[in-house]
Ligand binder design. Structure first.
Ligand code: GRF
Length: 193
């Protein structure tokens, strides 16, 4: 586990798209007594909207397309070392990291997933939740292991599904929750070593 010694946790955020969770993590990192300092944003899509937030905050960006996964992961690991990264936060990152990468990094990797895990792993979560007429949904922050959307759950928040919910507004309602949940989960992870 990461030793803090009063220092901030050097963090890398991995994104593939819109980046609203990256935005909320940047805001969290800018708070006075924040635990984290975001040193690096890793992205596999050069046109990802979320890169705007990294640029605006002058955070270093590393782009790699994952066409050759081993090579991309090798290069990412080098960057993580260079920036002394102690925590990875996956935020809408659409690639699956290999078990060898996870092993070599050997520090916490978090992910946020828009469902009440272990239910509804994978894609099209909200559609599946609505089709199955679930009463509740939510979001989960968990540690990443070699399997998809599994690993120890750090924090989860549940909301009631409304009659008026469709895929789009359920996504928006959950996204709003995620923007608070991710920072809270990071605080929880490092307050219980
Ligand atoms: C979030 O709903 C997150 O749970 C999932 O992907 C979405 C990313 O949204 N893993 P954004 O790119 O942070 O806006």
């Amino acid at each position: 586990m990461v030793e803090l010694n009063g220092k901030k946790i050097n963090t890398a955020v991995f994104i593939s798209g819109r980046g609203t969770n990256l935005k909320s993590l940047i805001e969290f990192s800018n708070k006075k007594n924040s635990l984290i300092s975001i040193k690096l944003v890793i992205c596999n899509k050069p046109r990802a909207k979320g890169l705007y937030y990294a640029k605006k905050s002058k955070i270093k960006i590393y782009l790699t397309n994952f066409k050759h996964k081993n090579l991309s992961e090798y290069r990412i690991l080098k960057k993580l070392k260079k920036y002394k990264i102690n925590l990875i936060a996956l935020a809408g990152f659409m690639k699956i990291l290999s078990s060898s990468f996870i092993k070599k990094f050997n520090k916490p990797i978090l992910n946020i997933h828009p469902s009440l895990l272990p239910k509804y792993k994978g894609l099209n979560t909200h559609r599946r939740v609505l089709n199955n007429k679930e009463k509740f949904s939510g979001s989960t922050v968990h540690l990443v292991d070699a399997k998809l959307d599994s690993g120890k759950i750090i924090l989860q928040k549940k909301i009631k599904i409304l009659k008026s919910d469709n895929e789009k507004n359920l996504e928006q309602r959950i996204l709003k929750i995620e923007h608070k949940l991710y920072p809270e989960a990071i605080e929880k992870l490092f307050s219980n070593p």
